[in-house]
Design a protein around this ligand. Structure first.
Ligand SMILES: *[C@@H]1O[C@H](CO)[C@@H](O)[C@H](O)[C@H]1NC(C)=O
Ligand SMILES: *[C@@H]1O[C@H](CO)[C@@H](O)[C@H](O)[C@H]1NC(C)=O
Ligand SMILES: *[C@@H]1O[C@H](CO)[C@@H](O)[C@H](O)[C@H]1NC(C)=O
Length: 426
């Protein structure tokens, strides 16, 4: 009996899919007609703690909402009762992620020997090794900084790239970070590619970017969440901090709601299980404190900040409460130049970039990195949402190379404009 039981357990283990927790889950596109539909959807998804894969914008972009098998019919009935149109975007989330894993495996195999971390979905250890290697190979140009540890004790590292070792105060600093939201896997490659293009593969036409600007590039802000999204829960977005007084089942907070700017006001949920839970206080998370300290240390010369996310083709600026910063016209101009540079290279299947105040064109937020950067004095502080070509968090690896090149063009344009605005302020 025991032997048979053991065999059955083994078989079950082998057959168990990696993404079984999403078995039977589906994702639905929801068409919003106006702002009251938007409010309705927000209240519905908040009250049921549904995972919104993509926020909708009336008349412009459908919301994508994940539904579990138990509540699916009730939710769709509510939409029908209100006359809101919806459609099936993904029939089976578990199956969709199995397929994506398979695509990634095939990509790795087909590229073996030629695989570089910026053309792949690299794990934390691979990114770490890349940063260490670059710093060791280019000591005159690159300084590796270990900025501190994540909640679970992973080192959070960034590179400083400078032809003058950050000593020339006439240069602006460009700060970019990626992967504050763990499931947005395609963000880290773009940060790594920027390192590659500045250090390993500097082109003549980009020499001014290296010589005139100091760069701070942090490819994985939330390493705990990122590793957890690989090992356990593919759709993990938040940090991994445990606070048993708040919840003994739901861990972590939304890092991009945890900064000390209008904290715990707009676009947050009090439910510790929600994807937009802002934490027990601003900067409760070591990961957001590390970004805070980088702003603090370099604010005198930091002209531009790019907080990289996926997905949606947006270049967004503050504030998340709909109040525009005093330099909003310039923020818009530089953001639009970035969007246009990326659109000039867009694939036919990609959306056009949209540029604007994050609350006016997308949704209200508080405690975001974008707003914190703006508040503490970075003149050009942005959220960038990369393209997904309709694949949401499952961007096929074949697209990474294109996203990297296209995004680099956008970054280059913003860097040159930031150089100009910085000089004008001197
Ligand atoms: C850059 O400056 C730091 C001190 O800020 C120093 O420790 C480091 O050795 C310098 N690196 C180079 C390449 O000169
Ligand atoms: C966040 O705001 C809500 C609503 O104002 C309030 O009830 C809650 O106590 C606040 N949370 C914390 C941790 O301060
Ligand atoms: C929105 O947030 C900014 C930054 O904190 C603040 O300066 C502004 O007064 C806020 N606007 C409103 C209407 O509260």
């Amino acid at each position: 009996m025991y032997a048979i039981g053991l065999v059955l357990v083994l078989v079950a283990t082998i057959n168990a899919g990696k993404h079984d927790q999403y078995s039977g889950y589906s994702v639905h596109g929801v068409k919003l007609r106006d702002d009251s539909d938007k409010v309705f959807i927000t209240e519905l998804t908040d009250s049921l703690d549904l995972d919104v894969w993509q926020d909708g914008v009336a008349g412009a972009r459908d919301a994508l909402v994940m539904l579990d098998p138990n509540s699916r019919l009730a939710v769709l009935d509510e939409l029908d009762a209100r006359g809101i149109q919806h459609y099936l975007h993904l029939r089976d989330v578990a199956q969709a992620f199995e397929t994506h894993d398979e695509q990634i495996n095939q990509w790795k195999q087909s590229r073996s020997g030629r695989l570089v971390p910026f053309n792949d979905y690299p794990r934390y250890a691979e990114v770490d090794a890349y940063l260490e290697t670059i710093a060791a190979q280019y000591p005159e140009l690159v300084t590796l900084v270990n900025a501190g540890q994540s909640y679970e004790g992973r080192d959070i590292k960034y590179l400083k790239i400078s032809t003058t070792n950050f000593t020339d105060t006439s240069k602006p600093i460009y700060f970019m970070d990626a992967m504050i939201h763990a499931r947005e896997w395609v963000t880290t490659p773009t940060a790594l590619f920027s390192i590659h293009r500045l250090v390993e593969d500097l082109r003549d036409q980009d020499r001014d970017l290296l010589e005139d600007i100091d760069w701070i590039i942090l490819p994985i802000t939330n390493p705990d969440g990122y590793e957890f999204s690989h090992d356990d829960t593919r759709l993990w977005r938040r940090t991994r901090s445990i606070n048993l007084e708040v919840s003994d089942t739901c861990f972590g907070v939304d890092g991009n709601r945890n900064f000390d700017v209008n904290w715990n006001t707009t676009g947050v949920s009090q439910d510790p299980c929600s994807q937009t839970y802002p934490g027990t206080s601003a900067f409760s998370e070591p990961e957001t404190r590390i970004l805070r300290d980088i702003f603090d240390e370099y604010i005198d010369r930091m002209e531009i900040f790019m907080n990289i996310h996926s997905h949606g083709n947006w270049v967004l600026y503050g504030f998340g409460n709909e109040t525009l910063p005093p330099n909003a016209i310039h923020l818009h101009l530089v953001g639009a130049a970035m969007g246009a540079a990326m659109d000039a290279m867009k694939l036919p299947e990609a959306d056009w970039y949209k540029v604007g105040n994050s609350a006016m064109i997308l949704y209200g937020t508080s405690g975001s990195a974008q707003d914190y950067g703006q508040l503490v004095g970075v003149p050009l502080s942005y959220t960038l949402e990369l393209p997904s070509y309709g694949f949401d968090f499952r961007v096929p690896p074949e697209y990474i190379e294109h996203i990297n090149r296209e995004t680099w063009e956008g970054i280059a344009v913003t860097a040159r404009l930031a150089r100009t605005t910085f000089r004008a302020r001197q």
